[in-house]
Design a protein around this ligand. Structure first.
Ligand SMILES: [Zn+2]
Length: 56
């Protein structure tokens, strides 16, 4: 299966379950540009390039 298809943008992945493959970089596209927000007390990190979301 192609790596890109393992992730989707509707899901917020949890860092403790799915740590970064390369710390500080997006698992899917490898970019290090994120926009951050806090939602329900969770720190949410969204990739600016592909939209992959992780709670940290
Ligand atoms: Zn990305």
């Amino acid at each position: 299966m192609d790596k890109e298809n393992e992730y989707n943008n509707d899901t917020v992945y949890e860092y403790k379950i799915l740590p970064d493959i390369i710390p500080g970089r997006c698992d899917r596209c490898g970019q290090a540009k994120f926009k951050s927000s806090v939602k329900n007390g969770l720190f949410l990190r969204e990739c600016r390039n592909c939209g992959l979301k992780k709670s940290i």
